[in-house]
Design a binder for this molecule. Structure first.
Ligand SMILES: [Zn+2]
Length: 187
């Protein structure tokens, strides 16, 4: 019994350490592990050398719908979905792996010596995204031009969906093009 709980705690510490290195906020660590707030805050300070930031988590679904975040988030979520479905990794471990792969693929990278290189999709946002999927606020819609699957609001009609790569937003004249682009005829 004792050794089992010790190994569980060790697993939690490993998981929390991985997540802290990837930029997770303390609220994420509290949800994903059974470690106490004090233990997590101490771990955070040991690894990052600063106190964990305070304040609320980003909770807006709309952020994931803006074009660049949408591309990055969709890339991450497709990898996560694949790992969660096809490997024995638990949800949180699949998240860590998927996020590492996302950092590699997005080529923003997070070199330990370069704190200024911030990825578009933070670990905390990635984690929130998985929660939004779990609570059915978002869905994956298939782009009918490229066939890729992208994050969209749940229950959005998916028939005429075109992704942010196939149809990037114009740099100028936003409101006019948005109105013009709104009704898409099915080809
Ligand atoms: Zn597309």
């Amino acid at each position: 019994m004792a050794s089992k709980s010790v190994s569980l705690e060790a697993e939690d510490i490993l998981l929390a350490s991985d997540m802290i290195r990837l930029g997770a906020r303390l609220q994420v660590l509290q949800a994903e592990t059974s470690l106490s707030y004090d233990r997590l805050a101490r771990l955070y300070r040991e690894i990052r050398g600063v106190s964990p930031p305070k304040g609320m988590l980003p909770f807006s679904v709309d952020w994931y719908m803006t074009w660049l975040p949408n591309i990055h988030s969709s890339l991450f979520y497709n990898v996560y979905r694949y790992l969660d479905d096809h490997t024995p990794a638990k949800k949180s471990l699949a998240m860590v792996e998927a996020y590492r792969l996302y950092l590699e693929q997005s080529s923003v990278g997070l070199r330990p010596d370069d704190v200024s290189a911030e990825p578009i999709l933070s670990f905390t946002r990635a984690w929130m995204l998985v929660r939004f999927f779990d609570s059915d606020l978002v869905q994956l819609s298939a782009c009918h031009q490229c066939g890729g699957r992208y994050i969209a609001h749940a229950h959005d009609p998916a028939t005429d969906f075109v992704c942010a790569i196939c149809k990037p937003p114009p740099r100028a004249g936003k409101t006019r093009s948005r109105r013009k682009a709104a009704p898409v005829k099915s080809a």
